[in-house]
Structures are given as C-alpha cells and as structure tokens.
Design a protein around this ligand. Sequence first.
Ligand SMILES: NC(=O)c1ccc[n+]([C@@H]2O[C@H](COP(=O)([O-])OP(=O)(O)OC[C@H]3O[C@@H](n4cnc5c(N)ncnc54)[C@H](OP(=O)(O)O)[C@@H]3O)[C@@H](O)[C@H]2O)c1
Length: 273
Amino acid sequence: MTHSLKIALLGAGNIGVSIVNGLLHSKAYHPDDIMVTRRRVHMIENLADKGVCTSSDNIAATKASEMIIVAVKPHQAPELLKEISPALESDRHILVSTVTGVSIEEIRQYTENKVPVFIAMPNTAIALCDSMTCISHDKSSQDDEQKVLDLFNHLGRTLIIPEELTGAATVLAACGIAFALRFLRSISQGGIEIGFGSELSTLIAAQTLKGASRLILESGHHPEREIDKVTTPLGITISGLNEMEHNGFSSALIKGLITSYNKIEKIRKKDVS
Ligand SMILES: NC(=O)c1ccc[n+]([C@@H]2O[C@H](COP(=O)([O-])OP(=O)(O)OC[C@H]3O[C@@H](n4cnc5c(N)ncnc54)[C@H](OP(=O)(O)O)[C@@H]3O)[C@@H](O)[C@H]2O)c1
C-alpha cells in the first residue's frame, strides 16, 4: 500500500539521499510526493531520474509537503530553519531533524515554535530499509508521533528515546555503521592472509556478521551466550578471541565510542574549535 503523505527532504547529502532511497525502496511512497533539496541541485540529478522532485527551493518544497525532514550539517541548520519558518503551518507540518547536536528547543526557537518537532537519528542502512532509527520529541501528540513512526518503520526499526540520549544513539547507530564496517574490513583482510581472495573474504565476513546480528536480534540473547556456544574449552575460537582481547579489542571499541560521544557533546555545547 502506498501512502499519500507529502514529504520534503531538505539537505540531500549522505543521510538525506539515503533516506530518499529508502523511501523509494520501501515502495510505500509515490516518488512524485517526495520533494528533495540541496543548493547544488545538479548533484541530485539521479534522484530526479527516479521520479523524485528535486530543487534548491526550500520554501517551495516546504509549502508542498506535510512532513519536513531536515538533514543538513549542524552549522547549516539555523539558517535553513529560519528560512523555512515563514512557510510552516501549525495544522499542516511536522518537522523531523536528523541534525546532530541541535536540540528540539533550539529548533523550536528557529522556527518560532509553530510545528511539532522530532529528532530522528537513522543510519545509512536506511537506503535499504534496514536502519536503526532512534526518535525523540517533547510535547508532540500521539497522532504526530504515530505519523513519524509509520514513516521510519517503513525504513527499518525504530525506538522512541528521551532527547538526552540522542548523542548516544548517534554514536551507536549512525557512527556504528562505520565501526561495524571497519570491523568487517579487518576480518576480511585477515581472511586474505589465510587464503581467500578479497571478494570471497568480504562475502564470508559480511554474511557472517549478518548472521551474528540476526542471532541476537531474533533471540534477544546477550552476545556472550551465543559466543559461549562457539568457544569450546582448549578450542580454536577462544584462543583467537583471547589474543584479540590481549591486544585491546573490546577496550579499543569502547574508547572509540566514548571519543565519538565526547565530540558530539562538544558540538551540542557549541564548543567546536
Ligand atoms: N551521515 C550519516 O550517517 C548520518 C546519520 C544520522 C544523522 N546524521 C546527521 O545528518 C546531518 C547531515 O549529515 P550528512 O552526512 O548527510 O551531511 P552532508 O553529506 O554534508 O549533507 C548535508 C547536505 O545539506 C545540503 N545543504 C546545506 N545547506 C543547505 C540549504 N540551505 N538548503 C538545502 N540544502 C542544503 C548540502 O548540499 P549543498 O551544499 O549542495 O546545499 C549537503 O548535501 C548531520 O547533522 C549529521 O550529523 C548523519
């Protein structure tokens, strides 16, 4: 079933284009109900080829839509939000921001407190409708919350979280794609050293990661419970795993996550040099 919701995506960069591709991939929305903007509009010609309306006119896209998704960089957000503010109507629009480090309160100020505001933190797997999207809002109605959930549920899994966890969600889910892929690359490089060509090694590593994720997602088990099943006493797996831990495997990942989180906190406090 396709929805008749009219959607504007303002700021079609990495995550913006991924969201649009997800909307198209889901087949839940008509391409001609999706308005996409960026200033260098020639860089999204491929989306126009897929039937989406592309332009550099944020006001026109806002006026033509009901759900406005803002996906610009943090320093670009104030100007864009102030620009579209006059076109926002309280009984028509819902504003969803994917912008890191800009709070709901700040968005309300830039848009003169006219419309319901949501923060959504997806990841680039949204292009394949396999995102983990954490969503927060403060005083929006259940109806509006449901509309936002309906959209992002077409694009993967969703979770409503308190706004103060948005930074943590960004690190785990959005940065998490890069962390997981660097892990995958390392495993496949090891695979090359023990005998497989690059392509096969990457395939085996990627499918194994997918399977490992499903074991957790579908059972709800703690990862260590599944690890116990493959680490026999005196075995091969435990010897490799312990060698990784001697070299700081878990510690390096946790430290990396915390470093990313501290950087987000700096952006949130507008303390970025
Ligand atoms: N990348 C991710 O995985 C991810 C995930 C979750 C959240 N986020 C957050 O989402 C935001 C965007 O990230 P990104 O990685 O997609 O950045 P990006 O690739 O730089 O995309 C931002 C886009 O906004 C456009 N833009 C800037 N000012 C504009 C304006 N006034 N009107 C219309 N378009 C405008 C830029 O294109 P022009 O210069 O051509 O206008 C650019 O394509 C960031 O705040 C980021 O933290 C990212």
